[in-house]
Write a protein that binds this ligand. Structure first.
Ligand code: GAP
Length: 445
């Protein structure tokens, strides 16, 4: 399959099946902003739940928070975002398009007479690069003046730093400990694109782990390994995952060391999670700008220090694209072609399709009872009695539903149903009153 066609097919499947729609589509859409439909919202919630469970519930050294999107504007001065969260930007004077200065499509050096606009092809019309801040600004209160400027947060991490002592003291954690948060972030990206890969509004799942200076490199290595394993446990093909260590010219202003976890998307290897050693940069800056002491008092040694931070930062939307791209397969089975999303059962939006083979002989009643039993246990199912059983299976394959439960003639004789596995296509007979337990066992992660 051609690389771009895989993305086209994914975008079209996402729309057709209700995973992801373009924002404000009836008005022509809003650039690089996307909405999640009925299946997409479940997929994303399942990803976020899985992350939250592994960070907050499965460990006793990480607490959760949900900080506000709007923060005191000084936060972004302290964090370095006002001064440094910029991309170099060039304009084409001819066609008025705007590009990042490092856009690979630009031929020549922007500003020079030989530089060529990648859209209209004009030569010498590209301006010299100018720095452009990626933070969205708005005004707080009724007066639109500079003093009222607030920013939509470009990362969730700062909401954790400014609360780290509140959390530490209220939860009585001792260093090393972490704080996890899931929330929206906003960046006025100059060249967003590739569907939900780079958008202007997105969600991050970030965890900041506070450690004693000197122990940061050890924890950095631990978190690097744990995060890669997490993606493997999610069923992402290992050969599509790799680390990329930031070179000196790639490191963010706050980082001493950083690794990206990259996935081989149809458009190439790209980052979807970052693991950063942020040292004491953020807490020291907040201490300086707020005038409030942010030191930790070690109860064992009576030492005071500003902790170092190891950060893991994962985009929920970008992860959704990873799992969709990784799960998407076109196969020929039993002489017929099918499109299937081989999503890990724990993140599949619908866990089972429930099908009466025919709409008579009591089969719909049994199938309805099974569907109701599953729904009563908060297992999302889809009841479908329309069309041939093959077509019904195919519809669920495309939605990533891991199991198909069919009530047939034999059910009425011996009380069993068939359970079809989406990936192996194996079918086994299970007592209809054991279907709930069967699914609970097979959906456990
Ligand atoms: N707090 C650190 C931080 O924000 P980052 O590398 O800029 O680091 C972390 O972003 C992750 O957030 C990325 O790996 C990606 O998954 C996600 N992300 C960043 N910008 C994004 C965008 N414009 N659209 C979608 N996801 C984005």
């Amino acid at each position: 399959m051609a690389q771009s066609s895989v993305m086209d097919k994914l975008v079209s499947l996402a729309k057709r099946r209700g995973f992801i729609f373009q924002s404000s589509e009836i008005y022509g859409g809003l650039g690089s902003v996307w909405d999640y439909g009925p299946l997409g919202v479940e997929l994303k919630r399942n990803l976020k739940d899985r992350w939250w469970r592994s960070m907050v519930y499965a460990r006793d050294d990480i607490e959760g928070v949900d900080a506000a999107i709007l923060m005191h504007p000084k936060v972004w001065e302290a964090s370095g975002h006002v001064a440094g969260f910029t991309d170099p930007l060039v304009d084409c004077r001819q066609c008025k398009n705007r590009f990042r200065a490092d856009d690979e499509r630009i031929k020549g050096t922007p500003g020079a007479p030989d530089a060529q606009c990648p859209v209209c092809g004009s030569k010498g019309t590209l301006t010299e690069p100018r720095m452009f801040n990626l933070m969205f600004k708005t005004f707080m209160g009724p007066v639109e003046e500079d003093a009222a400027i607030v920013y939509l947060r470009p990362e969730t991490a700062q909401g954790i730093y400014v609360n780290y002592l509140n959390v530490q003291q209220s939860s009585r954690q001792k260093i090393p400990f972490g704080i996890a948060q899931i929330g929206k972030a906003f960046r006025n990206e100059i060249t967003p694109g590739n569907f939900i890969f780079r958008t202007r509004e997105f969600e991050q799942m970030e965890m900041q782990f506070f450690v004693k200076p000197g122990e940061d490199e050890h924890w950095f290595e631990e978190w690097r390994a744990w995060r890669m394993q997490w993606h493997r446990d999610l069923g992402i093909r290992p050969e599509k995952l790799r680390f990329h260590q930031h070179g000196p010219d790639e490191l963010a202003h706050y980082a001493k060391d950083a690794y990206d976890i990259e996935y081989e998307f149809p458009f190439g290897w790209k980052e979807f999670e970052g693991i950063h050693n942020r040292t004491d940069f953020d807490l020291s800056r907040h201490q300086e700008y707020s005038g409030k002491k942010l030191e930790y008092l070690d109860p064992a040694t009576n030492e005071r220090f500003i902790p170092y931070v190891v950060e893991t930062s994962l985009g929920a939307d970008r992860l959704a694209l990873v799992v969709l791209a990784d799960a998407y397969r076109e196969e020929t089975v039993e002489g017929e072609s099918r499109v299937v999303l081989k999503l890990h059962p724990s993140i599949a939006p619908i866990k089972a399709g429930v099908f009466p083979l025919v709409k008579k002989d009591g089969m719909p009643e049994v199938a309805t009872r099974i569907a109701d039993d599953l729904r009563a246990r908060a297992i999302p199912v889809f009841y479908d009695d329309g069309g041939s059983i093959g077509r019904r299976y195919r519809r669920q394959d495309e939605a990533g539903t891991p199991f198909g439960i069919t009530v047939d003639g034999q059910t009425l004789d011996d009380g069993t149903v068939t359970v079809r596995d989406r990936d192996s296509l194996a079918q086994e007979r299970v007592a209809s009153d054991a279907v709930v337990t069967y699914l609970q066992d097979h959906l456990a992660t």
